[in-house]
Ligand binder design. Sequence first.
Ligand code: HSE
Length: 416
Amino acid sequence: MVKIAVMGFGIVGSGVVEVIRKNSESISRKAGKKIDVKYILDIRDFPDSPEKHLLTKNVEDILNDDEVSIVVEVMGGIEPAYTYTKRALLSGKHVVTSNKELVATHGAELLHIAKEKNINYLFEASVGGGIPIIRPLNQCLAANQISEIVGILNGTTNYILTQMIKEGRSFEDALQDAQEKGYAERNPAADVEGHDACRKIAILSSLTFGYHVDSTRIYTEGITKISIEDVKYAEQMGSVIKLLAVSKKIGEKIFARVSPVIIPKTHPLAGVEDVFNGILVKGDAIGDVMFYGRGAGKLPTASAVVADIIDIVKNIDRNNRFIWSKSTNDILIDIGETTSSYFVRVKTDDKPAVINTVSKAFGNCNFISIDNPKTQDEVAFVTPERKEKELQAALNNINNVPFVNAVCSVIRVEKE
Ligand code: HSE
């Protein structure tokens, strides 16, 4: 019998307990031992929960109980999760988490403690919800040099964009729906501003390339500026808008970015819709491999947490070596030095003058129009590929010419 404690009885925590209860027999068979929940830590009361006899508000009950060998941290946020996790690891308890913010920020240190103590700190649920991605990167694809990871890593924003594309729903309406379905973060800004996807790509980059990649230094842009008109232009281009998290090894350096990107409908990630996540990995031996599944929600995330618990029970006496180095040398490439094409919309009373200026600034652009009363006073185009710093400088100049009223949309474009 292995006793575990669950810290946090929110959406994921209650899902973990539910899955352990529901699939108890098959989980025990796969783990080789019965798994029993001894404590649930939460500051709230749950008077109607069938698990209320396990609830405690005192973390010391868990940390001082030698019978508890695995702690499941599903509280989210940095504190008190960081302190509790560190204390649990230092006292020799394995820890499983879905907390991407904590892994992205303190992963190197916590993994190091786990290694020293010959125990495990596992975080499959921190990226991609129910999709297995951490273990495949670390084990199944271990023979490969991974050169690139591109993913739709946030279910909430993918749900919102899909609703805008398919149903013409407003951003706010779709966000509220995602919150009601339990996909969104407590503070939805973490989803819609791209921070959640940024933490996830930081974890995947650190794991893949072996250095701690600082999420606060990754260029991050969310979807709050995307309008229905942008979605329609993308449609006209045979494309869709997706929030993509990208990480590439370029020489000794890493290029990482989170931003909306217009991708053709033929792109493997274009068909990843609703709350689903998709992660495309390029390896030198395997070529392209794609992971797809539910990226958020109670039971999908619980599924990944419980898989980590089973893994630990099977390997209770050894460290799994999911590790990356603490080094934070200047390994990220500056966004200005990377290249991209842009889709741009310029509001103007003088379209021929704008077309002339744009063509002089960027060379051969692809001009696009849609049949929409709100876009009659604008010129929209896709630029050729340029360094981002050059494109930004040219756009700043265009924004300042007298016949330009505003540059109202700037979205990166991937052609294939
Ligand atoms: N808010 C996150 C998402 C939850 O929407 O993907 C899963 O990490």
